[in-house]
Design a protein around this ligand. Structure first.
Ligand SMILES: Cc1ncc(COP(=O)(O)O)c(C=O)c1O
Length: 502
């Protein structure tokens, strides 16, 4: 890819961008049951978009230069603290997303442990179901990750097993409210009783549920205490770009008091440039996401959020009942909020996912892990209410389709062989071979020679293969795949995305 010699006219720029997005999932309208959150109110998106653009060029790097950025952040964090039962001592930061919020909490807890106990490798104790963001944090910040199995029926963390894993190098314990995979709540109070007594940091990952849970409780859903009202909860992550329906790039990480948050901050005055003071990971950052979050929260308001929560709850109940009525499909655990996972012991759920895609729906495949079998995951949002019945009709048909697919003996043998592979014996060539076998390899010849890997339309075979592989091999294979996927567009390809070529 090279720059166009002369700048493209505005219309041409947008026409090309439209071509680039032609294969994207619909983010609005309810057909996409993962990744996107739709309040079903177009004017909420408009208000957010306008605020985003209005602050696009303000830089969050230095809160003393753009006081609006500081004021908006204090407002948004203040709203979040109130929402989650924090008192006048609670503080927090606005971050780019759930992963950043979780990672910052881990980093803060690690640094507090270092201050208290000196050098030595810190540990993070967490249930199997805690989000991968915590594994990423352990990897980036060099903590030992201690994963503890969950109850095999409810998929909730086992409070006794989790707290039994605490030792003197434990920087923090993590629980979720709720966890993503099955949408079930961990026993926050039971874990907090022990961490409080032992003076250990407890982080509640409420990235996906934090905003919705208090509204669900007001609507009569049984919500166990999970926030700062529980003594012993040290920090909480909560995303605004999920059930607060703010545009992406909006989350908060909250701390019971400012002394805890101090460990999150970074300052550098020991170089030759401007003084760096960074509360979060990024340095230069657009104020657009913050302004959009501020605008969305104020525009929707408390009654608006109660209303979208009501619609989300109605759709969730309808989904759970609808799944129960489909032969062979079973909900995992007892989800109450808005995330539902279902498995099919007698047929391949990955075939269900592919058939749903052919029918115009995106539902998310989840691989087997620990006690959790391979399953299909649904994130319910306010718009789901309008489409849930139509979706369930197609889901029943997709399950029928999957039931009719015979798994060949060759495929069974191939998958069994994958289960026994040793990650350490694998060479880069073997990864390339495995990627090619899955149809994910880079085109070696033909019109697309040299292009990065592209996803085939049907993913069931690939998902079955990933499902069979040991986790370490899955990860290495996925990293090899990413290496294929992200390749600079070759020279002269600028025209390839022109509307004419589309
Ligand atoms: C419980 C939980 N924690 C953390 C995250 C990570 O959030 P993000 O994708 O915004 O980085 C998610 C995302 O779904 C989540 O569900």
């Amino acid at each position: 890819m090279t720059l166009p010699h002369s700048g493209l006219p505005r219309d041409e720029v947008f026409a090309r961008l439209d071509v680039l997005r032609r294969d994207d999932l619909d983010s609005r309208g309810g057909r996409t049951w993962a990744y996107v959150y739709d309040s079903g109110r177009a004017e909420v998106d408009e208000v957010a978009g306008q605020a985003y653009l209005a602050f696009l060029h303000e830089n969050g790097l230095d809160p003393t230069v753009f006081p609006s950025v500081l004021a908006m952040e204090n407002d948004v964090v203040g709203i979040a603290v109130t929402h989650l039962g924090g008192d006048e001592h609670a503080v927090g930061s606005f971050t780019s997303g759930g992963t950043e919020s979780c990672m910052l909490a881990v980093k803060a807890a690690r640094d507090r442990l270092r201050e208290r106990s000196g050098p030595g490798r810190a540990r993070v104790v967490l249930p199997d179901t805690a989000h991968a963001a915590f594994s990423k944090a352990a990897h980036y910040f060099d903590l030992e990750e201690v994963r503890v199995g969950v109850d095999p029926t409810t998929f909730a963390a086992d409070a006794a097993a989790l707290t039994a894993a605490i030792d003197e190098r434990t920087a923090l314990v993590v629980v979720s409210a709720p966890q993503y995979a099955h949408g079930v709540m961990d026993p926050v109070e039971a874990v907090a009783a022990v961490t409080a007594e032992r003076d250990v940091w407890l982080h509640v990952d409420a990235c996906i549920g934090g905003w919705l849970l208090p509204y669900a409780a007001r609507l009569g859903v049984e919500v166990p205490p999970f926030d700062f009202r529980v003594p012993g909860v040290t920090s909480i992550s909560m995303d605004l770009h999920k059930y607060a329906y703010c545009p992406k790039g909006a989350s908060v990480v909250l701390y019971r008091d400012a002394d805890l948050r101090r460990h999150q901050f970074y300052a550098c005055a020991d170089w030759s440039g401007y003084t760096v003071i960074n509360p979060t990971m990024q340095s230069t950052k657009s104020a657009g996401p913050l302004a959009a979050a501020w605008a969305t929260l104020h525009h929707v308001g408390d009654d608006g959020y109660l209303d979208v929560a009501r619609r989300t709850q109605a759709a969730t109940r309808r989904l759970i009942d609808g799944i129960a009525a489909i032969d062979g499909l079973e909900v995992l655990g007892d989800p109450r909020l808005s995330l539902v996972a279902a498995h099919a012991p007698a047929y391949d759920v990955f075939e269900v996912v592919d058939e749903m895609k052919r029918r115009g729906w995106y539902v998310q495949p989840q691989l087997a892990h620990g006690a959790s079998p391979a399953n299909v995951h649904f994130s319910v949002t306010a718009t789901s209410e309008q489409v849930v019945d139509a979706m369930l009709e197609d889901l029943a048909a997709a399950c029928e389709h999957a039931r009719g697919i015979e798994v060949s003996d060759e495929r069974r043998t191939f998958l069994a062989a994958l289960r026994g592979l040793d990650p350490d014996a694998f060479t880069p060539e073997m990864y390339a071979g495995l990627l090619a076998a899955a149809g994910l390899g880079r085109a070696a010849s033909g019109p697309n020679a040299g292009d990065g890997a592209a996803l085939p339309p049907d993913m069931a075979t690939i998902n079955a293969m990933l499902d069979a592989l040991p986790a370490a091999l899955r990860e290495r294979l996925l990293i090899a795949f990413l290496g294929e996927l992200f390749r600079p567009a070759p020279g002269g390809r600028a025209d390839a995305v022109s509307p004419g070529a589309g």
